[in-house]
Ligand binder design. Structure first.
Ligand code: SF4
Ligand code: SF4
Length: 241
């Protein structure tokens, strides 16, 4: 080809490329590809605490210590100065309004790569749970609420919630809290944080724990251990046969 043809091809390809990129940049915030941008702040705000450490609930800790070890309750879970004990806030999360901003940013940062689900022991043993789907369902619910707000200027209750309408009790109860999904995620997402908050709502607000968990809770309350043995019998294993 002669030089002028080559220059024409090069200019055409250059402009097509630039226009394509600019068009995609405008489409990006409305598409699932938003994760390309959100991956950076999401990784920046990742939880750097040890992975197995679950967020404590100071109200509950104070109540339990008042019953079991009143002398250490004030030191372990102090009330803010001058504040009287108040009715605790609702526990856990039922809908996206109860989740924190990081949980919602997690949902929009998910690349849907599926590494979390591939590593999830619940998923690989045929349970209903997929941590990838937990993130996608959370994002779907945020989208639905967003459209509701756009249409009505403020959120109009739609009789739906993330728990039950999107994420089922069976999915939540299948989680072993092993943290494999958190470990595997390339953009520092924690599907487990959402699962734990929703499970807290189920157990503490709706008393909907599986029967075998309830007997464990009772044992912890009465025997300070998950088993049905009196704490006074703990040292019996040392006795001579
Ligand atoms: S923490 Fe729960 S959801 Fe995550 S990998 Fe383990 S079992 Fe699966
Ligand atoms: S590993 Fe992370 S980015 Fe990939 S699907 Fe799971 S939550 Fe989404």
């Amino acid at each position: 080809m002669n030089s002028s043809t080559l220059i024409a091809i090069e200019r055409t390809a250059w402009w097509l490329h630039i226009i394509g990129i600019l068009a995609f940049m405008n489409y990006l915030p409305y598409s699932k590809h938003l994760h390309i941008i959100l991956a950076f702040p999401n990784a920046y705000y990742a939880n750097l605490e040890p992975m197995g450490e679950m967020e404590n609930m100071a109200d509950i800790q104070r109540e339990v210590l008042m019953a079991m070890e009143p002398e250490s309750a004030a030191a372990a879970a102090p009330l803010p100065e001058g504040q009287e004990p108040a009715a605790p806030a609702p526990f856990g999360a039922k809908d996206i309004f109860d989740l924190n901003w990081k949980n919602l940013m997690d949902a929009y940062s998910c690349t849907e790569c599926g590494r979390c689900t591939a590593a999830c022991p619940a998923s690989s043993t045929g349970k209903a749970l997929s941590p990838r789907l937990i993130m996608m369902k959370t994002r779907d619910r945020v989208e639905e609420v967003g459209k509701n707000i756009q249409k009505n200027k403020a959120f109009e209750p739609d009789g739906k919630s993330l728990l039950y309408d999107y994420i089922t009790v069976e999915e939540l109860n299948a989680c072993t809290t092993c943290n494999a999904c958190v470990q595997e995620c390339p953009v520092s997402i924690s599907p487990l944080d959402i699962i734990l908050q929703m499970r807290r709502f189920l157990v503490m607000e709706e008393s909907k724990a599986p029967a075998e968990w309830n007997s464990m809770f009772q044992n912890i309350e009465n025997n300070f251990a998950p088993w049905q043995f009196s704490p006074d019998d703990r040292d019996k294993w040392m006795a001579e046969a």
